[in-house]
Write a protein that binds this ligand. Structure first.
Ligand SMILES: C[S@@+](CC[C@H](N)C(=O)[O-])C[C@H]1O[C@@H](n2cnc3c(N)ncnc32)[C@H](O)[C@@H]1O
Length: 280
């Protein structure tokens, strides 16, 4: 049976009431993604007849009613004005991670020939964006999850960067023996017992939870940065982890430590510089 787009919009919105914060808007996004259209088309084609029995449409609506993120239904996600493939094997990139990339790029000359390592590559967005801006850098990107690495591989290939970004499976820096000039990470940093919104239950849990307190992986990374004398480390963190990071670094001889905020003015990450040698 066919329904007019405006009626379908109303029905899908109703089905999403109590599930998402803005049902009408979410229903619009779902239908636009399903139709592959832009907002202008959506507004100007309200009378168009849509087959409401299409199995894909039914599946998407049913899954969205269970709060499965739209990105996992469409397998598309936008980040830093580019489109990436995404599935449930990797965390959905968040807009705040764009700040980490900007903070690092503002400190590096674009021509720099350097070895960049990312820990927790997920969908690959950070390494890919950095690689596009740093044409002479080589990248090694690590993840503990083979499902995440499969998503990263797909995106890296789509951007034609397979020759510059090498993927490795393992725990933090264990699979990397090379000298590292820049380490970047958006590690899991939420406390294991934190109560989260239901949509987050569809994302890989090892991408979200960083331990009992939450900052355990960040601290392990800081230890490795210090032990290996990595000159520059850019890291995303939770809005309430600034003091913990500052406290932990008190016993380290650091060259500089700067925190940055996200658009909502929450502390969101830090850039740590170490002297390459003699920083005891
Ligand atoms: C918050 S997600 C970040 C993904 C992606 N870089 C982004 O910014 O969207 C953290 C990633 O770290 C990976 N991870 C968790 N523990 C790890 C570990 N001990 N060693 C390496 N990777 C780890 C997870 O599998 C996940 O892909």
């Amino acid at each position: 049976m066919s329904k007019r787009l405006k009626e379908l919009h109303r029905e899908v919105s109703k089905g999403l009431e109590g599930v998402v914060e803005f049902p009408r808007r979410e229903a619009e996004l779902l239908l636009m993604a399903y139709l592959g259209c832009d907002p202008l088309y959506f507004i100007t084609h309200q009378e168009e007849l849509i087959d409401e029995n299409n199995p894909r449409l039914i599946e998407w609506i049913e899954k969205r009613k269970r709060n499965v993120p739209l990105e996992y239904l469409t397998n598309r996600v936008s980040f830093y004005s580019r489109e990436f493939y995404i599935d449930e094997g990797a965390l959905i990139p968040r807009p705040e991670t764009e700040h980490l990339i900007d903070e690092l790029l503002s400190r590096i000359t674009p021509e720099a020939a350097m070895t960049v390592v990312e820990v927790g590559v997920g969908s690959g967005i950070i390494s890919i964006l950095l690689a596009l801006h740093l044409p002479n850098a080589r990248f090694i990107a690590v993840d503990i999850s083979s499902a995440a690495l499969a998503v990263a591989r797909r995106n890296i290939e789509a951007f034609g960067l397979s020759g510059r970004i090498e993927l490795r499976e393992g725990d933090l820096l264990d699979p990397v023996t090379e000298t590292i000039d820049l380490l970047v990470s958006n590690p899991p940093y939420i406390a294991d017992d934190a109560a989260l919104e239901s949509n987050l239950s569809y994302e890989p849990q090892n991408a979200l939870f960083g331990g009992e307190i939450g900052d355990e992986i960040i601290r392990r990374l800081l230890d490795q940065v210090y032990a290996r004398r990595i000159a520059l480390f850019g890291c995303e963190m939770g809005y309430d982890q600034r003091l913990k990071v500052q406290e932990y670094l008190k016993s380290f001889a650091v060259k500089s430590l700067e925190f940055y905020k996200d658009l909502a003015s929450f502390d969101r990450g830090f850039i740590l510089e170490l002297n390459k040698e003699n920083n005891e």
